[in-house]
Design a protein around this ligand. Structure first.
Ligand code: UTP
Length: 226
């Protein structure tokens, strides 16, 4: 199977959690060793937001902040690559056109951001499209997509299925500032829509959730296209 997994910032703490990274590396390493093609996209997390905020206070324009965020996502990708050990390819692609040359069975390709003005969710959607992935799994810090932000409203309900148009409606109301992309940016959703990419959102707190989604189990939130 061909798959792309986005691992959100929750996996990359300010003080990197080596045990959590190793556990994730072991589970995903097992998936590629079974002969599957896998691209992993690392998010920026807290360190990206910290650096972007410092750069903004120093007078950096938004695109410079984005470039700094991209550097942090690549540093996170490097940690993930190390956690996968021999199950990961040594090269971290920095352009989309490099990616198809890097993928293959038995070695995961790990990458971070690509260009300013988007999030790593857009990278994951583009990576899934160009590598003809059969599934895109988006690992986040909550169990899937909720009716509202579950951290702000405890009454928010987990949606088992969500239409991409609904996601796009939410995303269009969001901000386009470095480090402040909400759940998904419009570009990510547009790419998922045009590729009709089978996509599932799950919690990355347990790597088993990611594996379950890769195995086609009904977990978290499934995105559908009308
Ligand atoms: P993320 O997209 O990972 O943002 O990239 P995030 O808010 O940390 O998301 P989670 O926590 O992983 O889910 C961090 C920042 O890097 C820049 C953006 O500024 C983004 O907010 N970036 C990332 C880009 O400009 N282009 C990219 O392709 C990727």
């Amino acid at each position: 199977m061909r798959a792309v997994v986005k691992l959100g910032g929750a996996l990359f703490r300010r003080e990197p959690d080596v045990t959590a990274l190793k556990h994730m590396g072991k589970v995903l390493g097992g998936f590629v060793e079974d002969g599957n093609q896998l691209v992993l996209v690392a998010g920026g997390g807290e360190n990206a937001r910290t650096y972007i905020s410092a750069a903004r206070k120093l007078g950096a324009e938004e695109s410079t902040c984005d470039l700094l965020g991209i550097q942090i996502t690549r540093a996170n990708a490097e940690l993930l690559r190390l956690a996968l050990a021999s199950s990961a390819s040594s090269k971290i692609p920095t352009t989309l056109s490099d990616l198809p040359h890097c993928v293959g069975p038995r070695k995961a390709v790990v990458m971070g951001g690509l260009q300013p003005g988007q999030s790593t969710n857009a990278v994951a959607a583009l990576a899934a499209e160009i590598t003809r992935a059969e599934i895109l799994v988006n690992g986040t810090d909550v169990d899937g997509i909720y009716t509202e932000d579950p951290k702000k409203n405890t009454k928010a309900k987990l949606m088992r299925v969500v239409d991409a148009d609904k996601l796009l409606g939410w995303a269009m109301g969001g901000e386009v500032f470095a480090g402040r992309y909400e759940l998904l940016d419009p570009l990510a959703i547009k790419i998922m829509q045009r590729a009709k990419m089978p996509t599932r959102f799950v919690s990355l707190a347990d790597p088993g959730n990611i594996l379950a989604a890769l195995q086609g189990k009904d977990i978290g939130t499934k995105v559908v296209y009308s």
